[in-house]
Design a protein around this ligand. Structure first.
Ligand SMILES: [Zn+2]
Length: 367
């Protein structure tokens, strides 16, 4: 393959060497992520690399003279695509916030200017964004394949300003349709405490929305009688009237009361389901032990005392919370393998969406 001769991309000798060698030996990867401060030449590098890949000259690429090079420079090459943030004005969008003809015209003008002056610092008059229709258009172009028989080149500039829809659309380009992006994905929260009568604990959880009703599980680790859970700050109580034997499990879920799987609603009173609130609250566990202490005789005295000094129940609470500022991305493993895009690459691209400190979780699903 021909060699690359960088004309506009300045400095960055190490990067030039790496990309140049890969180009020459035809070992370029199918995608590259260029990271760095503004003004370091990320766009210039991508532009010249893209031009080189499409250049028809026999020797040094890009030649800046052949038809392909000229088309790239005029942004008329059908296999050269640029996506970048733009600050759209009112007239660029219709009432249903679709791009108008004027909007599309504005976009090609902005790309033309960026190609002509890749080092020119960009200034935005309004919050820049990447419209989703534009991203979709790129999808079509990539899926359709190159029109001029060579390669298809896409530069995604400034992915940090991509919104959720655009990011979703971009991932579909890379991987295919088997992908889903969930904003603020739900996750299960869990709290567990081992208690004996009179024990109290407190917990506050800023990941609770306003108030959540948790699933509560009381597991008896000894014989317990009339156990009760109280939320002291909100004066909510839940009590079971009866005896739980060692190993019994009382589950309170979705308003149902199940003891070892059997409905025991008639034994629960009051039936107020304690909530977990956003603010700190203190909780207390009590069970009936006084009467028992009152009836022990001298021979079992030690045993009885011992019995009230170790936790006799395990209480667990589970609830769903939503992870703020988080994208969860589920990728189908088969599609990922087919597209030869590693999960780490997707994670890296998405992690560059840090405009609002967004966290990304990438999961592979499927067998
Ligand atoms: Zn050329």
């Amino acid at each position: 393959m021909a060699q690359i001769k960088w004309k506009q991309f300045a400095g960055q000798e190490r990067i030039k060497d790496v990309l140049g060698a890969a180009y020459e030996h035809n070992t370029l990867g199918h995608a590259y992520l260029f990271c760095g401060e503004a003004g370091t030449g990320k766009f210039a590098a991508a532009l010249e690399l893209g031009m080189a890949l499409l250049c028809k000259s026999e020797h040094v690429h890009p030649c800046y003279e052949c038809e392909a090079c000229r088309k790239v420079l005029h942004y008329t090459h059908p296999d050269f695509h640029v996506i970048m943030p733009v600050s759209l004005q009112k007239e660029h969008k219709s009432d249903s916030s679709k791009l108008t003809d004027e909007g599309w015209k504005y976009i090609s003008g902005a790309i033309g200017a960026r190609i002509a002056n890749p080092y020119f610092p960009r200034e935005f008059s309004t919050l820049p964004s990447i419209p989703v229709e534009w991203m979709r258009e790129l999808n079509h172009a990539v899926l359709r394949g190159a029109l001029e028989g060579g390669k298809n080149v896409a530069i995604l500039d400034g992915v940090d300003t991509m919104n959720k829809e655009s990011a979703n659309s971009m991932l579909k380009t890379l991987i295919g349709d088997d992908i889903s992006v969930v904003e603020n994905p739900p996750t299960e929260s869990y709290f567990e405490v081992r208690v004996m009568s009179g024990d109290s604990w407190s917990f506050g959880n800023n990941s609770v929305e306003e108030a959540s009703i948790p699933e509560i599980i009381i597991e008896a680790e000894d014989v317990i009688e009339n156990p009760q859970i109280l939320n002291e700050d909100f004066e909510q109580a839940l009590g079971y009237n009866g005896v739980l034997n060692k190993g019994d499990k009382l589950v309170i879920k979705d308003g149902k009361f199940l003891l070892n799987g059997e409905d025991v609603s008639e034994r629960v009173s009051p039936k107020v389901l304690p909530k977990i609130h956003r603010r700190v609250s203190s909780w207390k566990y009590v069970e009936l032990i006084r009467e028992k202490i009152g009836v022990f005789d001298s021979t079992t005295f030690d045993e009885s005392i011992f019995a009230v000094n170790v936790p006799k129940a395990k209480i667990s609470m589970k609830w769903v919370r939503y992870q703020p500022a988080t994208f969860s991305v589920k990728l189908n493993r088969d599609s990922l393998n087919r597209s030869k895009v590693p999960k780490e690459y997707v994670e890296e691209v998405l992690n560059s969406i840090k405009a609002a400190g967004v966290k990304v979780i990438v999961e592979e699903v499927g067998e």
